[in-house]
Design a protein around this ligand. Structure first.
Ligand SMILES: *Cc1c(COP(=O)(O)O)cnc(C)c1O
Length: 401
């Protein structure tokens, strides 16, 4: 691209690719509007008990094809409940990836157990199952698996190891409801699965979560903990009523997000500076909450990931850095590691994620994301020479007219 002719990037005062900013979430949905009007006319919005919580349990149990579903106040609470459900307590160990959602690590500490960190697979940046066995000790009480950024952990391998050792698996599907590996739904590979209905998630009520399992012993242990004559971590009737109609649209919207990601990855191709982490896998039907990419600064003339994110955000495209490596933000006495965490450190430094709302906007979304990346690439030198001014200005302000 000829720099002279290219439009200036928004971060240097040019016109943003999406002046209106990234698409908002939650999106407007007539079925949710209807559910809210119905809550108003019936008064169910203000009741402790009503038809909506039982109906959502029934629908989720049908969708996941599992017997027990317990709703709760967040995905974070759901992970805690799932860990309690498999009996994690003081002095136990729980294995998880060195790169994961921070609250998963904190939940283990909350139960006075010790997180044991395992590195990521270098090609997918999901938990590396070839390292699982070395992480197991006599104290291992559970393996906590999260599928992140559109990827999927090698669950047949996890099941094989867990079953051989009699260790239960907690499967966090907060980022991938509806994904499938070998025709088996995300959440059904674990002994217990975890959903989030948080404000940014694919199924949303602002807050909320669910735990589901085929195992009656796990469900009973969770019930004993949350049912205290009153519910300790409740999901409200209003939240349940709002989530219910979104489940019917999940598969359709997941397919539309998949098509967009496929087109986006083929447009970006090799040498785009962003490598999609979702390698084509005929056995996997992914679901996208965030799309994970590996950011290569050298393809943007050395531009830092944070400056790249700021530049793309100024264009109205919602890129973010990924999570922090868990070993890099917690005191080492809090956890044990099973081997080196080289890939977790790389993911900490190089993971780039694209937030999902744009993915249901089809071809237009693909054009916008690609145009914004190309613009920032063409101007990467100028952006970097203005780095100090940009950093003093904050993420979404523009400079120089
Ligand atoms: C969002 C998320 C959760 C739970 O989030 P809540 O905001 O507590 O509902 C758990 N694990 C992962 C991987 C997540 O992305």
């Amino acid at each position: 691209m000829n720099i002279q002719n290219a439009e200036k990037p928004a971060i240097l005062g040019g016109p943003p690719v999406r002046p209106e900013g990234p698409p908002t979430w939650p999106r407007s949905d007539p079925l949710v509007d209807l559910a809210i009007r119905n809550l108003l006319t019936t008064g169910d919005w203000g009741r402790y008990h009503g038809p909506h919580v039982p109906e959502l349990c029934r629908r989720l149990s049908e969708y996941q094809n599992v017997e027990h579903v317990l709703l709760c106040s967040s995905g974070t609470a759901a992970v805690e409940l799932a860990l309690r459900g498999v009996g994690v307590s003081e002095k136990d160990e729980v294995i998880l990836a060195g790169y994961d959602f921070k609250a998963n690590f904190q939940n283990i500490l909350c139960l006075r157990a010790t997180p044991v960190l395992v590195d990521l697979d270098p090609s997918t940046w999901q938990l590396d199952c070839s390292r699982l066995e070395t992480a197991i000790s006599t104290r291992t009480k559970a393996i906590l698996i999260s599928h992140l950024h559109g990827g999927f952990v090698d669950m047949p391998k996890v099941r094989e190891i867990a079953d051989a050792q009699g260790i239960p698996v907690v499967e966090d599907i907060c980022q991938c409801p509806g994904a499938m590996l070998f025709g088996r739904l995300a959440g059904n590979w674990g002994d217990v699965g975890v959903h989030s209905f948080g404000g940014s998630k694919l199924l949303t009520a602002g807050r909320g979560g669910a735990v589901f399992t085929q195992r009656t012993d796990i469900a009973e242990r969770i019930k004993r903990y949350v049912h205290r004559g009153n519910e300790a971590y409740p999901l409200s009737e209003a939240q349940a009523a709002i989530i219910r109609p979104q489940i019917d649209q999940l598969d359709f919207l997941n397919e539309s997000r998949r098509q967009t990601v496929r087109r986006l990855c083929s447009r970006l191709g090799e040498g785009a500076g962003l490598t999609a982490l979702q390698l084509p896998n005929v056995n996997l039907v992914p679901a996208y909450y965030k799309v994970g990419f590996r950011y290569r600064a050298e393809d943007f003339q050395g531009m830092s990931r944070s400056l790249f994110v700021k530049s793309l955000r100024a264009e109205g495209i919602a890129f973010d850095p990924g999570f922090r490596g868990l070993h890099l933000i917690h005191a080492s006495r809090r956890f044990r590691t099973a081997g080196e965490l080289t890939q977790s450190s790389r993911a900490d430094a190089e993971m780039l994620t694209l937030h999902h709302p744009v993915l249901i906007h089809g071809n237009e979304a693909v054009d916008e994301v690609v145009a914004a990346i190309e613009k920032v690439r063409a101007w990467s030198e100028e952006i970097q020479s203005n780095r100090l001014t940009i950093e003093n200005c904050g993420a979404d302000q523009t400079l120089l007219q």
